[in-house]
Design a protein around this ligand. Structure first.
Ligand code: HPA
Length: 267
């Protein structure tokens, strides 16, 4: 098994050793945000143990460099649970992020909205999540460190800063609860009615395992969804991956403004 130390040395050799302050994982249709990073792009294929990402619309490169004057590591793509059935697929990348010096992580994803007041084209800050999959990336961990508290898993300070950044940019950033459904099939209308009853505001196929892994590693984490569609049964629109990819850029522009403003606040 590849260890994070060997990968960190490899990344230092290509990108320099200045510590990274923040990591960013980009969701479906958002991969191009990584190209704004001034630095190097390292293909996942050059990083042994990194996921083999097979989802179209993703950019499987690790970009290390500066964005708005802040040293960042941007993961242009993630491996989803539904690709190989491994909820721990992002453990090694997050261990590497930690070893590069990061203390904070921002996760992004494409999601379906269950809130008529948060229609497609909007962004939503995760206040919390519901792990509806029942899966957990820490199953198999051997020590008591596996009992990770998940109260305030979505870091209150980071959320406050992201909300302030959105206000400064004049972008609406409602907060909501994200439900993780494993995918890759979309949800049924009955499942969406159930998730609404359970207190969900948006639904998607990622992010939750990474929040758990990040907290396990002691990284502060916050997550933002770009809303690409109303969830199943809530509109006439047909839900599809093509539609997700086509709609993601709408929210992506707002997301980019919030993230850049947030980074300027870190300088
Ligand atoms: N459900 C699950 N994942 C998604 C959706 C959805 O409606 N839209 C984008 N990703």
């Amino acid at each position: 098994m590849t260890d994070a130390k060997a990968l960190t040395d490899l990344i230092h050799a290509r990108a320099g050793t200045e510590p990274v302050r923040l990591g960013l994982i980009l969701g479906s249709g958002l991969g191009h945000l990584a190209h704004a990073v001034e630095g190097v792009a390292i293909p996942y294929a050059d990083l042994p143990g990194f996921p083999h990402v097979g989802v179209s619309g993703h950019n499987p490169n690790l970009h290390v460099g500066t964005l708005e004057g802040v040293r960042v590591a941007v993961f242009g793509a993630r491996e989803h649970y539904y690709e190989s059935g491994n909820p721990r697929a992002m453990l090694l990348p997050l261990q590497v992020l930690k070893a590069l010096g990061a203390e904070q992580l921002i996760l992004t994803n494409a999601a379906g909205s269950m809130r008529p007041d948060i229609p497609p084209g909007n962004v939503m800050l995760l206040s919390d999540h519901i792990n509806y999959s029942g899966l957990n990336p820490l199953i198999g961990e051997k020590t008591d460190t596996r009992f990770v508290p998940m109260t305030d898993a979505h870091d209150p300070d980071m959320r406050r800063e992201l909300e302030a950044a959105a206000v400064r940019q004049g972008v609406d950033l409602p907060e909501g609860v994200y439900c993780w459904y494993s995918g890759p099939s979309f949800e049924t209308p009955a499942e969406i009615r159930m998730l609404k009853l359970l207190g969900g505001d948006a639904v998607g196929m990622s992010t939750v395992p990474e929040v758990i892994l990040a907290r396990f590693l002691g990284l502060k984490v916050a997550a933002i969804s770009t809303i690409t569609n109303m969830a199943a049964g809530m509109s006439e629109e047909k839900i599809s991956h093509e539609h997700t990819k086509a709609m993601a850029p709408l929210g992506a522009a707002k997301l980019e403004r919030i993230l850049r403003e947030f980074l300027r606040g870190l300088r």
